[in-house]
Design a protein around this ligand. Structure first.
Ligand code: PXP
Length: 241
């Protein structure tokens, strides 16, 4: 069955530019509103403990103005992150096991080893009616594990797909097709993200049955320098039709 795949724009890179000058330019709230106006179907933020991109203090202003879907990503082992999410209740929280010093997320959860921990965290989020997605590598056992611990969705880490796509699309997508079959069989929803771009997005979408959402930041914001934000969002949406 055909599913609609939502485009959630990750606005971390916009915050990075703003932070480089210490003023409010570009205005993150305006950018989030405009992304929605231009067709984005979600806004994603990833407030890291060092606050080099989106800051914790951005979340209270963003939450109420996002009318599509607000997704907050981060590592729940950093307790202030959990407190922030529980207080502001986004539509979705994506759990990412990134180290404090990491440049960008580069690995998913081992949902088997950390099953007890994840169950507790997910219960806390579910108590506030927040949908939970777990960032995972495309390995069947971690997807089955995500279902076991009560996640509503997984977010497939697409870094390896993107890295090898140009060289060999069929080989690079193969583990993700298998992962999607497992997710669909056990009944956990499928999101995906990391290094998706105008070149590799359509092939990913076309080959992953039941892909519900992609979150895209770095390439989309970079493309916007050339095409403008409105055109760029439309170009990404077109890859998802
Ligand atoms: N998903 C997760 C968990 C991430 O950490 C990031 C980057 O912040 C993304 C998706 C988006 O990746 P990109 O910026 O490469 O589009």
């Amino acid at each position: 069955m055909e599913h609609k795949t939502r485009l959630s724009v990750n606005i971390n890179k916009v915050a990075l530019i703003r932070n480089s000058r210490g003023s409010n330019l570009p205005d993150l709230v305006k950018v989030a509103k405009d992304c929605e106006l231009f067709g984005a179907e979600g806004i994603t933020v990833h407030p890291r403990p060092d606050e080099r991109h989106v800051k914790y203090s951005d979340v209270p202003a963003l939450g109420p103005i996002v009318t599509t879907e607000f997704n907050i990503e981060g590592n729940p082992q950093h307790r202030p992150f959990m407190d922030l999410v529980l207080k502001h209740k986004p539509h979705q929280c994506t759990l990412v096991p990134d180290a404090q010093t990491t440049l960008t997320s580069d690995n998913g959860w081992d949902t088997v080893t950390h099953a007890d921990y994840l169950k507790d965290i997910i219960a806390e989020l579910h108590a506030e009616n927040i949908r939970v997605s777990i960032f995972v590598n495309a390995y069947p056992k971690y997807i089955e594990g995500a279902k076991e611990v009560g996640a509503d969705r997984i977010e497939l880490y697409t870094g390896p797909y993107a890295e090898h796509y140009a060289q060999n699309p069929e080989v690079s997508i193969a583990p993700y097709i298998k992962a999607a079959e497992v997710a669909n069989a056990v009944g956990v929803g499928i999101n995906a993200g990391h290094d998706l771009n105008l070149e590799n997005l359509r092939y990913f979408k076309d080959n992953i049955p039941g892909l519900l959402e992609v979150s895209i930041g770095h390439a989309l914001i970079s493309d916007a320098l050339y095409f403008g934000l409105q055109n760029t969002i439309q170009m990404y949406l077109q890859r998802l039709t």
